[in-house]
Design a binder for this molecule. Structure first.
Ligand code: ADP
Length: 349
């Protein structure tokens, strides 16, 4: 007991301290000669005496091993008068002088500070996330309106006055129209991204295969245009929000088809069960990604190629990551430049 790294205190059924180890001495600031033989109450702030005495009697009436943990907010008193939070593991032994309670005491001051700090920081994070989400939603929503005016008047200009413009002015008009259309997509992406966090989700037990099929149906035109081959293994039943998850499959498959050099795009989807989660894999035979970019591409607006090479908005993976996080899963990839990529994501079983 002397070698124990925590405090050990023995008390008899009358509430007298019969033993304490060195660590308890340090913790409370008493020499054992000062308090062994005396009442346990010396180690407890006065306002708790009655409450703790009642609990103490109850424990002696039904002696069993129990943990009086941090959530019970137990308070102890040092010789200096300072109060501090403790956690106590209790067990009982039968001695010649009757039942003895053995308390294994830990000073949890540090842990309480850490816990409080963590929950404060967490609350702050939730608040600032919410603020950011609201901001993104408001901003993208409010941007839609003026953009609608721009695009409809561009269309009007094109329809009514195209013939009167010289060829160069016509080209300029096309460039502006293209820019407005990309902006519309970006704003829709942003709105979509911010809604993932705010709209209520509809989690259900669903067949991952049927979600995948919906994604493939949505991509029908692209698949035909590129003569892509999409194949998959039997997929499990999962607990998920299918309207969200369909976007993940769709984004990953669309990327697998898009980021190709030449040849037929091939994308294969499979799933394995590991450590109480499903690991989905979407493998392609495309251009691959250098290892140093593998984290960056999940950020908003990140793309590795110019839009003349590969059209895109850099939102697909950011949206997919957010959806997977909503399912308490992770997303990552393995790839080699020129040898295709495999994107993995998990869904808890
Ligand atoms: P987008 O496809 O609209 O550009 P994403 O967020 O879906 O945006 O992807 C981000 C970037 O990651 C892409 O621009 C591309 O550079 C890279 N990337 C994504 N998927 C693949 C893939 N299967 N193969 C190669 N590169 C990829």
């Amino acid at each position: 007991m002397e070698a124990a790294l925590g405090g050990i205190l023995a008390v008899n059924s009358g509430g007298s301290i019969v033993f304490m180890n060195g660590h308890t001495e340090q913790m409370f600031g008493y020499e054992r000669s000062e308090i062994v033989g005396g009442s346990l109450t010396i180690l407890i702030p006065e306002r708790f005496h009655e409450k703790y005495a009642a609990a103490f009697r109850a424990y002696f009436e039904a002696p069993s091993v129990r943990l009086l943990d941090m959530n019970m907010d137990l308070v102890a008193l040092r010789k200096s008068g300072e109060e501090f939070p403790v956690e106590i593991g209790l067990s009982f032994v039968q001695g010649e002088e009757g039942t003895i309670a053995l308390g294994f005491i830990t000073d949890v001051t540090e842990r309480m500070h850490t816990r409080d700090e963590l929950s404060r920081v967490n609350a702050e994070l939730v608040r600032s996330n919410k603020e950011l989400e609201n901001f993104a939603q408001l901003a993208s929503h409010d941007l839609q309106e003026p953009l609608r005016v721009i695009t409809s008047y561009l269309a009007l200009l094109n329809r009514r006055y195209r013939k009167e413009l010289n060829p160069e002015a016509g080209e300029f008009l096309d460039v502006v129209t293209g820019g407005a259309s990309r902006m519309k997509h970006q704003i829709e992406n942003l709105l979509n991204f911010s809604r993932i966090g705010t709209t209520a989700s509809a989690f259900q037990h669903v067949q991952a295969g049927s979600i995948l099929r919906r994604a493939v149906d949505n991509l029908e035109v692209t698949i035909k245009e590129q003569s892509a081959e999409i194949t998959w293994d039997p997929l499990p039943e999962i607990f998920a929000d299918s309207s969200l998850l369909v976007q993940v499959f769709q984004n990953l498959i669309a990327n697998g088809i898009k980021f190709q050099k030449d040849g037929i795009p091939k994308v294969h989807i499979s799933a394995t069960g590991q450590n109480s989660e499903w690991v989905f894999a979407v493998r392609d035979n495309g251009i691959g990604i250098e290892a140093r970019h593998c984290e960056r591409i999940f950020q908003m607006f990140e793309h590795l190629h110019s839009s003349s090479e590969y059209q895109g908005y850099g939102m697909g993976l950011a949206i997919s990551q957010k959806i997977v996080a909503r399912h308490k899963g992770r997303i990552w990839l393995e790839s080699k430049l020129g040898e295709g990529s495999t994107f993995f994501f998990t869904i808890p079983q």
